[in-house]
Design a protein around this ligand. Structure first.
Ligand SMILES: *[C@@H]1O[C@H](CO)[C@@H](O)[C@H](O)[C@H]1NC(C)=O
Ligand SMILES: *[C@@H]1O[C@H](CO)[C@@H](O)[C@H](O)[C@H]1NC(C)=O
Ligand SMILES: *[C@@H]1O[C@H](CO)[C@@H](O)[C@H](O)[C@H]1NC(C)=O
Ligand SMILES: *[C@@H]1O[C@H](CO)[C@@H](O)[C@H](O)[C@H]1NC(C)=O
Ligand SMILES: *[C@@H]1O[C@H](CO)[C@@H](O)[C@H](O)[C@H]1NC(C)=O
Length: 297
């Protein structure tokens, strides 16, 4: 029991990572690993997670340290020193097994080549993401934000052309480091399959005699021209007897209604691609609109 508790404390006491370390090395469990100190100094000393005196299963020779039979307690922060001077630092982890199928979900608000992804991972992990762009070039690593095991990153492909047919999928690579292990996976998708527009904006309701006149505008993030980037609108309104009615409108940004409507809201979708509807706009109260109009008269 005591040994177990001691082992757990040992593992926990290794500094939790708060950002991706600049230099890391991935080894196989029980394999040997050589860590090099990037310096011109001939003889260096080593620390692991701040502790001097490398353990028996490590061999220091000149600028290299060989870890024999890499196990979990042997992972962590290896620093090499010339006396009190820090020369170099390498973070050592083992490769993780059987973690291929990570549940990543991505969304784009339009066809501008930018999107947002989120996924679950170990709470103690740090992640970063990188995009292979549509022109084949490799993007920069982007650090992921993490909170309670849910991670997210926003990425953009500056070479993405909204007007061209998407022939190659985006390739997203995710890399994660927990205290002891390394996760690596990539996945592919087309922007057209992850588009979910923002809600339409500026929904206004005007009463003209017995009619209601509704107008709105496409989401600000939606690309132009309208003739090319069409939107299908869905208006939902509630009658005074609480019945809800849906009306679909394409190619227009207005609608006239005869009914006695209490309130109305709107969402939209790309009719030619992914069937995801935008979030709803907030409800617009029709009686409030009428009252403010009466007051103005
Ligand atoms: C590793 O240890 C060195 C020396 O103590 C320190 O400067 C560095 O920030 C540590 N790196 C990480 C990722 O903890
Ligand atoms: C070694 O250090 C030099 C100078 O700081 C740096 O330019 C080089 O990229 C480093 N090499 C490695 C493998 O980290
Ligand atoms: C993947 O994540 C989504 C939402 O984040 C969830 O609805 C779905 O059930 C998850 N699928 C698996 C296989 O975990
Ligand atoms: C991560 O995965 C990519 C592609 O799957 C591969 O090219 C790369 O070498 C892997 N990185 C490491 C450190 O294993
Ligand atoms: C609510 O009113 C509409 C139109 O006046 C009518 O068609 C509908 O049947 C009514 N629904 C209920 C539940 O009374």
């Amino acid at each position: 029991m005591l040994v177990l508790v001691g082992l757990v404390l040992c593992l926990v006491s290794a500094d939790a990572l708060t950002a991706f370390p600049p230099k890391f090395q991935v080894g196989k469990l029980n394999g040997d690993m050589v860590v090099k100190c990037n310096t011109s100094v001939q003889h260096v000393s080593w620390t692991q997670n701040g502790e001097p005196e490398p353990m028996a299963e490590m061999v220091a020779e000149g600028r290299t340290l060989t870890i024999l039979g890499l196990d979990l307690p042997a992972t962590g922060n290896y620093s090499c020193w010339a006396g009190p001077v820090l020369l170099d630092t390498t973070y050592v982890v083992v490769s993780s097994t059987g973690k291929e199928g990570m549940n990543v979900s991505c969304q784009a608000e339009s066809y501008r080549g930018s999107f947002h992804c989120s996924w679950m991972g170990p709470r103690s992990a740090v992640f970063r993401a990188r995009l292979t762009r549509s022109d084949g070039s490799l993007g920069q690593w982007v650090p992921a934000a993490g909170r309670r095991g849910r991670f997210s990153a926003s990425l953009a492909d500056p070479s993405f052309c909204p007007f061209a047919e998407e022939l190659r999928p985006m390739e997203l690579q995710l890399e994660g480091l927990s205290d002891t292990s390394y996760l690596n996976f990539s996945f592919h998708f087309f922007i057209r399959d992850i588009v979910r527009p923002d809600p339409p904006q500026e929904l206004t309701v005007q009463r003209r005699g017995e009619q209601l006149h509704l107008t709105w505008a496409p989401p600000a993030s939606w690309p132009l021209p309208k003739s090319y980037f069409a939107l299908l609108y869905r208006l939902q309104y509630e009658l005074h007897n609480s019945t809800q009615v849906d009306r679909y409108v394409e190619g227009m940004e207005e609608l006239r209604l005869q009914e006695r409507v209490r309130r109305v809201r709107i969402s939209c979708q790309d009719p030619y691609a992914n069937p995801a509807w935008s979030p709803w706009s907030t409800w617009q109260d029709v009686d409030a609109a009428r009252q403010s109009q009466l007051r103005a008269q």
